[in-house]
Write a protein that binds this ligand. Sequence first.
Ligand code: C2E
Ligand code: CA
Ligand code: CA
Ligand code: CA
Length: 277
Amino acid sequence: AKALGRNTYSYFNEKMNRDVSRRLELEQAIRGALQRQEFEVVYQVQVKVNSGEIIGAEALLRWYNPKLGQVSPVEFIPIAEQTGLIIDIGQFVLTQALSVLASWQQRHHRALKMSVNLSPRQFRDIKLVDMIEQALIQAGVAANCLELEITEGVLMSGHSYIKKTLSALSVLGIYLSMDDFGTGYSSLNYLRQYPFDVLKIDRSFVQGITTESTDRKLVNAAIAMAHGLNLTVVAEGVETQEQLHLLKSLNCDFAQGYLLGKPCRAKQLLVLELMPL
Ligand code: C2E
Ligand code: CA
Ligand code: CA
Ligand code: CA
């Protein structure tokens, strides 16, 4: 038992060392990645469930480093958060996304929308609201065509400046979306406190709706609740026609997922047909 204990110990120890050095490697590489132009923003369409029409897109960040290869945002965003680099990176994403949105709108003469993810650390930046306002002006995009996706992580600290910031963004006309709904601890409490406009149902629930009756009931209830609060609903991670059909029967407003379109480069986004064939 003792020997086993020691082995287990050294196993975890080695794993920990590997994790720490991977982290350090990523942290070093991510500093300067902006300057080296290693980031790219890709876009995933959002469609109206009842017509299939494209109404907007979500901007998603990609990082390619010559030495590390493609690194997932799930891995590097937390590091960018902790080091504060997310402030500059977040500004880069917003600026890119709004400039693409302006071209997209001009091409189709339509008020298409763009969703951009905001991370908790960006909320501690007192210049956030100014930065967003300037970015909108510079791109020539109306505030009500921008949607900011916020996870519970942002709201959890409960600081008063979060409420002020969200209110200021809302007053500008920007839409606020609660991302990954259902995965956190107190989403309902946050819906009560903050001026959200959109509820984004997490992929983990959407994936189960055709097979698990509990998931279907939860999604049904979430949609009814959101509508009762005058929020629109986006289902994320829609991968099958069956899921889409079911979401339609549950009155879900919008959908996003591999079935409707994988994240694509700006160039491809601009030439997509908005109406389904
Ligand atoms: P998220 O905001 O929940 O974004 C949705 C994720 O689900 C994206 O992963 C997207 O590519 C993926 N996805 C979309 N449709 C499907 C589907 O049908 N099936 C499956 N299995 N997955 C699907 P991605 O791009 O790897 O991003 C992961 C997370 O990283 C995002 O989750 C978001 O939290 C964060 N992230 C990405 N870009 C940014 C950014 O610019 N800023 C911030 N703060 N976070 C970002
Ligand atoms: Ca999101
Ligand atoms: Ca999400
Ligand atoms: Ca997510």
